[in-house]
Design a protein around this ligand. Structure first.
Ligand SMILES: [Zn+2]
Length: 266
């Protein structure tokens, strides 16, 4: 009974569960860096000492099992909404005890509203978390619903190779295969994806994390439950899903820039 409870809690918190792999996260951070305002860039560099944002983009996954972050940042890699894609505080509280990326984004916005009153090390921690979380909650395997955990933690095969989880395919295999790129090519991927007009970017970045996650959930909902355990995935799966993955990478990049511009562009 106790073991079952722990298993259920781990599933709900999504620990340990990785969002986009290094290629996806670095691409998102690179797109965001290209859309920072001059003021935001200068302010961020006070804390990062000029470290490019992509270097922080995978940090939360690197420390996911390391104390004290295993506890402090637990659950911040995914979020949850109702079946009709409402990410209300009530559903976040009920399903995840407010341990989710959207609640964490609300926390950081408040915490960093007056940068002068916050220790530099805390601001830097906030930067690292924001860069990762906006990316993570756009990964379709990290969009949880109150009626379907959608963590995709069951085996499939991908181009004939066994994969321990479908989650892993969404995290990295799909975009690597679909783009033909590897981690080192993230700048090229960012250039390929960063093609939206100012008008489209403005439309996609309205609001804050809740609106962004709800928008992502509406994109993801139609594919929930469509791939059964043991499915043999190949070119057809890539062609059907690479568009969705790249849509979310783009939105995450532009929304990450917006988040950083709001906090650091004052
Ligand atoms: Zn993560």
């Amino acid at each position: 009974m106790k073991r079952t409870l722990i298993f259920v809690l781990l599933c709900l918190l999504g620990v340990p569960s990785f969002g986009w792999g290094r290629l996806g996260h670095a691409t998102i951070a690179e797109i965001a860096e290209r859309h920072l305002t001059k003021r935001a860039k200068q302010n961020i560099e006070r804390y990062t000492k000029g470290t490019p944002l992509w270097e922080y983009s995978h940090w939360m996954d690197d420390v996911v099992k390391t104390p004290p972050y295993d506890v402090k940042l637990a659950g911040w890699h995914a979020s949850v909404c109702t079946p009709d894609c409402k990410c209300t505080p009530a559903v976040r509280l009920e399903v995840r005890g407010l341990r989710d990326a959207v609640s964490a984004m609300e926390f950081w916005r408040e915490c960093l509203s007056d940068l002068e009153s916050v220790p530099d090390s805390t601001v830097l921690l906030g930067i690292k978390c924001i860069i990762h979380m906006v990316g993570d909650f756009h990964c379709p395997a990290h969009v949880r619903f109150s009626d379907n955990v959608n963590d995709l933690k069951y085996p499939v095969s991908f181009f004939g190779k066994p994969m321990d989880t479908l989650h892993r395919v969404w995290d990295s295999k799909l975009i690597e295969r679909g783009s033909g790129l590897v981690f080192a090519d993230f700048r090229e991927y960012a250039t390929r994806l960063d093609t939206w007009s100012r008008k489209d970017i403005r439309r996609a970045t309205k609001g804050w994390a809740r609106e962004w996650f709800e928008d992502c959930a509406r994109d993801v909902r139609p594919i929930v439950g469509t791939v059964p355990q043991g499915a043999e995935l190949g070119q057809e799966f890539v062609e059907q899903n690479i568009g969705l993955a790249e849509l979310e990478l783009r939105k995450a990049g532009y929304q990450l820039a917006k988040a950083l511009n709001v906090i650091f562009g004052k």
